[in-house]
Design a binder for this molecule. Structure first.
Ligand SMILES: [Ca+2]
Ligand SMILES: [Ca+2]
Ligand SMILES: [Ca+2]
Length: 682
């Protein structure tokens, strides 16, 4: 809704030579407290001072036009507020609405006989570099600056704020019990055939290439045998990495190796060890103080599921089989033919394997989150600490508002984190999701460590200067409530994108040397920024799984364990120095509270030198100063930090170990190519 560009062509009756209008200049900057205070997203009922500067000519009047939108109601109300002049500055104090909303505002000045507008200047919806901040003046109506107004009662789980999250694709992390592997001779889970005719295939060794569907024409049916016992075996490893929470991609009974096509939401897949393995993992993780986040795929199920049963595998009547089915009204049928065929129902992205649920149905809502044994309640009672919600923007705002109010009633500490790639402000007003997977962070940071644009399978990642990185991250912080930013999964890659190491490999590199340095630099940004740094399993070991014409399935390569069968060199071997580096980043983050909860302040954006530096401070914690060098040369950086540490203070670089003293309000530090420093007072 926000990105809708309103271009109303106002008949601009331009009287030639009208009273200096040609020289009039308007200016506003959402990032500058002189123009907007307080900055960023604000709670309902907050007073926000908004100002515009007018120079070059005298304005007769200035008006603020505000559109307020409730994403669920799809209604918009418009109001006009007069601004008052003090010198060159025209200001108004706006009181935000009592209900959550997204406001969009523009300034309109009358100068002579003309009307001038000042609004935001971003281009496409994913133009984070130009969202917020300064705008553009025009003679026609402009697009608005966003002001997010969230519920004043909005809270997010404290355990997730600033937590280190580890993302696991269960089939590919660790095989703890070969006895439950599909198609293992003597195994307990058999060798099933999916979707009527697709046989499961087991890799006979762990460290070997994934099946390339571009060659075999078959997708997602090869299994490595990873399971929950394997995750449990490696909890000590994850603890040593400083992991606070594990997010597992789907674990319920399903048809494919990614398990996003659920068969039965009330049971864990037998090839992952079944329900007993989950109970065991949940107890062990709790003992280690590690939280478990499950993947909620509530947009669609599998056509081969208990509920749909297109292939007649279950004795009960599936929705596809009969209009009398208990589940018939749960799905969207376009014809009454039974048993149904591919053209008789709505599938996600037109995939006939993924029939979409009817989300307005009370039965569907009861099943997923309202009933006494609803899916969410069932697993919350069995050790799930939260949910990552698949394709969250495919479900409407009404669903999420009802979901939140119900789930938070019986599981107040449960995390509700959605998969939403673009701006997710509409879902983060305090009455729907806690937060999102922060793909906006990924675009900005992945672009920053690179030296040229990158065409990823998921869209272009433009190269970013320090200034562009700073603006893009600021735009996201401005859009999202601080509670949501504190719990955002800040990722470099995922099971849906190319692997970070592959994205960070550039022409002219010396093998993977530079790519590994770029990975380390990007991880440093993750671990020193606010929010929840998310590690996609294996990145900490610099897993080398290049995308071969597609991200998926190559991004889902098996973790290169050296004690597993096969050749660890297939995607490894695991880089032990990178593992030690990630563990160190995690330790620094846990030892310095300012990195998790402190404010964020830009210190340096030196585009010529490739330097980005910022400070994290507040709450009585020791301020932390972070400097990143994206260039290929060592840089001497001068940081003016007199406000944070007095002259004479000795600052230690927690990464490199060197110390430097504050002198005349500044500290000088040497930062190696594609590297960084984390300075804190001793
Ligand atoms: Ca802008
Ligand atoms: Ca197994
Ligand atoms: Ca049946």
């Amino acid at each position: 809704m926000k990105k809708l560009t309103l271009v109303l062509l106002v008949a601009a009756c331009v009287a030639p030579g009208s009273a200096g209008a040609a020289t009039a200049r308007l200016f506003h900057d959402t990032f500058d407290p002189r123009y907007r205070s307080p900055g960023g997203a604000v709670a309902t009922g907050t007073r926000v001072r908004l100002s515009v500067r007018v120079t070059g000519a005298k304005a007769l009047s200035v008006t603020l036009r505000v559109d307020a939108a409730d994403p669920a109601a799809q209604t918009q109300t418009r109001s006009f507020l007069p601004l008052h002049r003090l010198g060159r500055l025209w200001s108004v104090t706006l009181r935000t609405p009592a209900k959550p909303a997204i406001l969009s505002y523009v300034f309109r000045a009358r100068v002579g006989k003309r009307v001038l507008w000042y609004g935001d200047d971003f281009g496409s919806a994913d133009d984070d570099v130009h969202q917020g901040g300064t705008g553009v003046q025009s003679a026609v109506d402009a697009q608005g600056f966003q002001l997010t107004v969230y519920d004043a009662r909005f809270t997010t789980p404290s355990w997730l704020q600033g937590a280190v999250v580890y993302s696991i694709f269960p089939d590919r992390f660790r095989n703890g019990d070969p006895g439950n592997d599909y198609c293992r001779s003597g195994g307990t889970s058999g060798c099933p055939t999916f979707y009527g005719s697709t046989p499961a295939v087991l890799h006979q060794t762990w460290n070997e290439p994934v099946e390339d569907p571009q060659r075999t024409g078959v997708f997602n049916r090869d299994f490595f045998g990873g399971d929950l016992q394997g995750i449990q075996e490696k909890l000590g490893y994850l603890k040593s990495l400083g992991v606070d929470a594990i997010w597992m991609t789907p674990i319920f009974k399903a048809r494919s190796n990614h398990r996003y096509d659920t068969d039965d939401y009330h049971h864990v897949d037998p090839a992952l060890g079944g329900d007993a393995a989950f109970a065991s993992l949940a107890a062990a993780a709790k003992a280690e103080g590690i939280r478990l986040i499950l993947d909620g795929v509530f947009n669609h199920a599998s056509s081969d599921s208990l509920y749909f049963d297109r292939y007649h595998r279950y004795p009960s009547l599936g929705a596809c089989e009969s209009p009398e089915s208990l589940w018939r009204s749960w799905f969207r049928f376009t014809s009454s033919t039974t048993p149904c065929g591919s053209n008789d129902y709505v599938g996600w992205f037109s995939l006939d394997t993924l029939p979409v649920f009817e989300h307005g149905s009370a039965l569907v809502r009861d099943f997923f989150y309202r009933g006494p044994d609803s899916v969410v309640r069932h697993w919350s009672e069995r050790g799930a600490d939260g949910w990552r919600l698949d394709a969250a923007d495919q479900l409407d705002h009404g669903w999420w508002r009802d979901f939140r109010s119900n789930v938070k009633a019986y599981a107040p500490d449960a995390a509700i984190v959605g998969e939403i790639w673009p701006d997710a402000s509409e879902y983060l007003l305090g009455n729907e999701l806690d937060s999102v997977m922060n793909y906006r962070f990924r675009r900005a940071v992945d672009g920053f460590v690179r030296t040229s644009d990158w065409a990823d399978s998921t869209g272009k990642i433009p190269v970013r200067t320090p200034t562009q990185l700073d603006r893009a991250l600021h735009a996201v912080r401005e859009d999202y409530p601080p509670q949501a930013s504190a719990t955002a999964f800040n990722l470099l890659d995922s099971h849906d994108t190319n692997r970070a190491l592959f994205v960070f490999t550039e022409p002219g590199d010396d093998g993977l040397t530079q790519a590994r340095e770029r990975l380390a630099l990007a991880a440093l940004m993750q671990f020193t920024y606010l929010g929840a740094p998310m590690i996609y399993y294996g990145d900490e070991a610099a897993i080398n799984a290049p995308g071969l014409g597609a991200a998926d399935p190559f991004n889902r390569a098996p973790y290169p364990w050296s004690d597993a069968s096969g050749a660890p060199s297939t995607y490894g071997p695991a880089d032990t120095s990178m593992i030690a580096y990630y563990a160190k980043l995690s330790r620094i983050r846990h030892e310095l509270p300012a990195l998790r909860t402190g404010s964020f302040e830009k210190l340096v954006t030196d585009d010529a030198a490739g330097i980005y530096a910022f400070a994290r401070a507040g709450g009585g914690a020791k301020p932390v100063i972070v400097a990143l060098n994206k260039s290929g040369s060592t840089r001497e950086v001068v940081l003016r930090i007199g406000r944070l540490y007095p002259d004479g203070t000795s600052l230690e670089d927690r990464l490199g170990g060197t110390t430097s003293a504050v002198s005349v309000g500044a500290v000088r530090v040497s930062v190696a190519a594609r590297s960084g420093a984390v300075l804190v007072g001793r």
